[in-house]
Every structure is written in structure tokens, then in C-alpha cells.
Design a binder for this molecule. Structure first.
Ligand code: HEM
Length: 132
């Protein structure tokens, strides 16, 4: 499919119910005809107009049927600009994974340090009482 590049200005120009583009996964969809049929209501989609709707869309956990609907509304790829950084497929989740690992490591250390000190204390008591 030869894809047109949609600029940020174009995306912003279509942010009303009369004409509405939605940006999902770096692709742009014309959802004007669909918004009245959206099971989640029109407000939620309108709230994402002119910005990257990927996160909102994925947070809801849309079904495969919902994703299949997108195919017919696809109008082009989004031209990435500094004005609007799109969220890549995995950037946000890999970031939170890194945070989770850091937190996990931190809490492991929180258990390990007092336990090691307790062990050292008993070892010290054992050895010092044995030597007297
Ligand atoms: C623009 C493309 C979109 C399409 C084609 C779409 C399609 C659908 C479909 C078919 C459903 C029914 C449940 C399902 O099959 O998953 C649904 C539900 C829902 N959608 Fe979307 N949606 C879109 C965008 C959005 C956006 C940007 C939001 C923002 C938060 C949103 C929020 C919701 C919510 C909250 C529901 C649940 C409604 C309920 O269960 O009462 N949708 N959508």
C-alpha cells in the first residue's frame, strides 16, 4: 500500500467531529464516519485528537475486531516531528520494565543487608564466646 505521509499540522487540522484523524502506532486513521459507532463513545476519541492516541487505545485493550476496523480507516503514515514524539511499540513498556527491575533489585538488597548483618552478628558471638 503506497502510504501518504501525514504531517502534524494535518493531524491537528482534523481534530473535530466533522473531520477527525487519529494517530495510532505511527499510522493515521480517518475515524470521522466511525466515531458515532464507537462503543466507547465519541468523547474518548475526540480527547485524543491532534495527539498520539496509542497509549489510550492500548490501555483499553481493544479486541482484534476493533483493530480490524482500523484497516479501512487508514489514510497514511505519520510524519514524525519534534512537535509530537510518537510512542513506539515498546518504548514505554521497556522503560517500565527497567524500573521494575531496579525496584526488584532494590528490595532484594533491602532484605539482604539486614540478614547479612544478623548473620555476621551471630558468627561474631559464636566465635567470640568460643574463644573465652
Ligand atoms: C480510533 C480507532 C478506534 C477504534 C476502531 C475503536 C474501536 C472500538 C471497538 C470495536 C470497541 C468495542 C470493544 C472491542 O471490540 O474492543 C471499543 C471499545 C472501547 N473503546 Fe475504542 N476504538 C478506537 C479508539 C479508541 C480510543 C482512542 C479510545 C480512548 C480511550 C477508546 C476507548 C474505548 C473504550 C473505553 C471502550 C470500551 C467501551 C465499553 O466497553 O463500554 N477507543 N473501541
Amino acid at each position: 500500500m503506497a502510504s501518504k505521509l501525514i504531517t502534524y499540522a494535518e493531524l491537528k487540522a482534523h481534530s473535530t467531529k466533522e473531520s477527525l484523524y487519529v494517530l495510532l502506532h505511527e499510522k493515521v486513521y480517518d475515524v470521522t464516519k466511525f466515531i458515532d459507532e464507537h462503543p466507547g463513545g465519541d468523547e474518548v476519541i475526540l480527547a485524543e485528537a491532534g495527539r498520539d492516541a496509542t497509549e489510550a487505545f492500548e490501555d483499553v485493550g481493544h479486541s482484534d475486531e476493533a483493530r480490524a476496523l482500523l484497516k479501512d480507516m487508514y489514510i497514511g503514515d505519520f510524519e514524525k516531528t519534534d512537535e509530537l514524539k510518537t510512542k513506539g511499540p515498546s518504548s514505554s513498556s521497556s522503560q517500565s520494565n527497567a524500573v521494575n527491575t531496579a525496584v526488584e533489585q532494590g528490595s532484594n538488597l533491602m532484605y539482604f543487608v539486614p540478614l547479612a548483618m544478623l548473620g555476621a552478628y551471630f558468627a561474631w558471638r559464636y566465635y567470640s564466646s568460643g574463644s573465652i
